[in-house]
Write a protein that binds this ligand. Structure first.
Ligand SMILES: NC(=O)c1ccc[n+]([C@@H]2O[C@H](COP(=O)([O-])OP(=O)(O)OC[C@H]3O[C@@H](n4cnc5c(N)ncnc54)[C@H](OP(=O)(O)O)[C@@H]3O)[C@@H](O)[C@H]2O)c1
Length: 337
């Protein structure tokens, strides 16, 4: 089978040329687990950190030896799990950039393929969607009358944050995103009330008017500087969910410490760090709720999809540069063979 590994250790922002395609033996079905034909592969920002050995203490994959990690949706080819049959569909966070994966017990969840488009299970119903849902419903506990600001708003996390906020009763939802095409996704596809393009001149002056009467909740995906900017627009007792540092993951330059404690104290702000692992136990509850919103047309998603494992490195380079427009998905094989 085909597999993608690193060509050499990566000490810089990853580019397509850092990866190589290899032919390796197809794995065996593990005891108690399943062998899965990979159909959709998720590309996520954390993998850029992981291949540089910078993610949650996990080691970088060894060049030419270990496949690149990634979440997958796939069809079971063989099962040693009495609860799973050949032909069932599963989602796994322990997948990889390869055509077939061997998954150990506990490393996969069975999917109902009729619930939603299959690729949604690595996006709006997958880890990014769970992250958004956890931030909004478990941490910030967004509700009636909230005004919510989120950045990287065209992406699968940010876009889902705003939509869940709206579903839960927020009265105004504002996104920040880079460029007109992304802002069109934010207000068009996701239905936010407004989107500020932070790559346009004078964008800082647009945030306050876009929010109206200030924000009561913000969700930070990009940087401490953006979080501090959000706080300047906060009402007293605002809640902030600190989720990601997209601007810093591949940078080797420290921007110093922009924490403005006086601002946090003055605003009586409550800040929550979010690690999605803590909410994996709630995944089924989240999917049960969010698949209803999808079905009823209340929750939309955007995909930046390519076909073929050989195109994963180029899409990954776009993701590393913030040039993906929606969830980055690689369709490795057809859903129906
Ligand atoms: N804490 C957790 O457990 C957890 C779980 C999942 C995801 N996350 C984080 O949530 C954030 C959003 O994830 P996502 O999957 O929805 O990603 P995404 O939005 O598809 O991609 C990241 C976005 O960050 C923005 N960005 C700003 N500065 C950037 C820079 N210097 N380089 C690259 N991108 C930059 C870009 O959007 P603009 O052009 O619009 O700025 C880019 O598209 C990421 O920070 C991710 O690591 C955290």
């Amino acid at each position: 089978m085909k597999q993608v590994t690193l060509a050499a250790p990566v000490g810089h922002k990853p580019v397509a040329g850092d990866f190589q395609m290899c032919d390796v033996a197809t794995p065996d079905c593990p005891d108690g687990g399943v062998l899965v034909r990979v159909v959709h592969l998720s590309l996520d920002p954390y993998v850029g950190s992981q291949i540089r050995g910078r993610h949650m203490g996990e080691p970088a994959p060894r060049p030419g030896i270990d496949p690149i990690p990634g979440a997958i949706v796939g069809e079971v080819l063989k099962s040693h799990d009495s609860d799973v049959s050949e032909g069932d569909w599963v989602h796994s966070m322990q997948g990889a950039w390869q055509e077939t994966v061997a998954l150990k017990p506990g490393d996969y969840r069975k999917l109902d393929p009729d619930l939603a488009p299959l690729a949604a299970h690595i996006g709006v119903l997958g880890m990014p969607g769970l992250t958004a849902w956890a931030g909004m419903t478990q941490l910030a506990k967004v509700g009636l009358g909230d005004t919510v600001l989120v950045d990287a708003a065209a992406g699968p996390v940010g876009g889902t944050v705003g939509q869940i906020a709206r579903i839960k009763g927020a009265s105004r939802v504002v996104g920040i995103a880079g460029g007109p095409a992304k802002c069109a996704i934010v207000t068009g596809t996701y239905g936010f009330d407004a989107c500020v393009d932070y790559k346009s001149d004078g964008w800082q002056d647009q945030v306050g008017p876009a929010l109206g009467d200030g924000l009561s909740v913000f969700f930070e995906n990009v940087s401490a500087e953006m979080a501090m900017m959000a706080l300047t627009h906060a009402r007293p007792y605002a809640r902030g969910v600190l989720c990601g540092l997209a601007a810093a993951y591949q940078s080797d330059v420290s921007t110093g410490n922009p924490l403005n404690m006086g601002l946090i104290i003055g605003k009586r702000a409550q800040l929550y760090g979010l690690v999605v692992y803590d909410f994996y136990a709630l995944w089924d509850a989240f999917v049960a709720e969010a698949s209803g919103w999808l079905r009823d047309g209340e929750l939309a998603f955007a995909e930046h999809r390519v076909e073929g494992l050989d195109r994963a490195p180029a899409l990954f380079e776009l993701l590393m540069n913030g040039q993906n427009e929606g969830k980055a998905v690689v369709t490795v094989a057809p859903e129906v063979v």
